[in-house]
Design a binder for this molecule. Structure first.
Ligand code: ZN
Length: 406
């Protein structure tokens, strides 16, 4: 798994993640370390709530004093503890900058999964093992070679109880081959992505739906074994919970894999990529099948935007309003919303008929051509298409704003 976040000229900073195989002793050490860090995080939350200064320098000073007083804290790694506070300070800072973003909250023992961060000072790699402070050493499954010595590592556990190490490394940027052409993409339930180029459609594989029966069985087992609130849950319950989590994860991985393969192909063949800016939360409170389709769309959109941005393609997000009601041929907007079961769009003005989703994809692409402003390969937002947009497309001419800039 490589997730890119910064690009410097010829090198990019990415994360490389590997599975860890910690023994019982290492697991115990990691968990104890996590509880110390969690305690510090919660202290910082408390400070912020009671109106005390909670910048990183203040928290760092507080940590030094607390470590001098408390042997329990001193037993843990200073690097991991400082990183926890640094992450907290960043999260707090971010919550002030982004409107509507809640402040960081308390991390509870029962609901929060362990996650520890170490910088170069706090970890090493020796004899194929990850070494952490206080003599903890953990075998790593080296599924691929690290491209450079890592500058930091995040050690975390997922809901299945598997441990991972995610290293921050630098690697060379391989420039993407030039591509021409533009594509419009509409997300949907029947096909995850319908595009203006039928060869680039992404059919809905239904990974989640396929394991829905198994998942339902695991969830029934969970509810049968669940003890009243406040009591410690039984081993049988935990087993059923892990089984359900495993099925969820399996489907999510299959979705991500399908999305990656698809996104790679779309990005390789197109310079301009116009996507419907789909917000899954509108559908989230509906049937299981809908939720499954939502998850597939989310994965596909994420992978596409990330890959395209990295390859220097131009990505435009188009607001989904009216895309299914507008005619891609003449630009007329229907007066009424197309019912979901109507799969064919037919225009009342010009008689153009097309597959509902294919029409929407064409409208999305047309909106992008219209609102094309000067160059750049960043992710942009643009509004719903207007009648004028498709009018220009119908005439077969690129809109005035696009001329001389492409
Ligand atoms: Zn029409």
């Amino acid at each position: 798994m490589a997730r890119c976040y910064i690009i410097f000229g010829v090198e990019e900073v990415v994360r490389y993640t590997y599975r860890l195989r910690p023994g019982a002793q290492a697991v115990r050490a990691l968990e104890t370390e996590w509880h110390r860090c969690r305690f510090l995080w919660n202290e910082a939350v408390h400070q912020q709530r009671t109106g005390q200064a909670s910048t990183f320098s203040h928290l760092s000073k507080m940590l030094t004093e607390a470590r001098a007083r408390t042997p329990w804290l001193r037993d843990g790694s200073q690097v991991a503890q400082q990183q926890t506070l640094r992450t907290y300070a960043q999260a707090l800072d971010h919550s002030f900058k982004v409107k509507g973003r809640g402040r960081p909250t308390v991390k509870r023992r029962r609901t929060c999964l362990p996650s520890l961060e170490y910088t170069t000072r706090g970890f090493g790699i020796a004899h194929g093992k990850l070494t952490l402070p206080k003599g903890v050493s953990i075998p790593v499954v080296w599924s691929r070679v690290l491209p450079s010595p890592p500058s930091s590592v995040r050690v975390y556990r997922d809901s299945l109880g598997h441990w991972y190490a995610s290293f921050v490394v630098r690697r060379e940027v391989k420039p993407a081959p030039a591509a021409f052409g533009a594509i419009g993409i509409d997300w949907g339930v029947c096909a995850t992505a319908t595009t203006t180029s039928p060869a680039h459609d992404l059919p809905y594989a239904g990974h989640r739906r396929r394991c829905a029966a198994e998942l339902a069985r695991a969830q029934r087992k969970m509810s049968r074994r669940r003890r009243p609130k406040g009591q410690v849950q039984s081993n049988g319950y935990q087993q059923a919970r892990r089984e359900a989590a495993r099925l969820h994860k399996k489907a999510a991985r299959q979705n991500t894999h399908a999305a990656r393969v698809w996104a790679r192909r779309v990005v390789a063949d197109h310079q301009v990529i116009a996507v419907e800016d789909f917000k899954p939360k509108f559908l989230a409170r509906s049937t299981m099948a809908r939720k499954a389709a939502d998850a597939a769309i989310g994965a596909a959109k994420r992978e596409l935007i990330e890959r395209a941005t990295r390859a220097g393609r131009k990505v435009v997000k188009v607001a989904p309003a009216y895309t299914t009601m507008t005619c891609a041929s003449c630009g007329a907007r229907a007066k009424q919303r197309l019912a979901l079961q109507v799969r064919i769009f037919s225009c009342e003005d010009c008689g153009h008929t097309a597959d509902r989703d294919r029409n929407a994809a064409a409208v999305i692409l047309a909106a992008t051509v219209e609102l094309d402003r000067a160059g750049a390969d960043d992710v942009r937002h643009c509004g719903p298409p207007s009648g004028a947009v498709s009018g220009a497309v119908r005439a077969g001419n690129p809109p005035a704003s696009a001329v001389g800039k492409g």
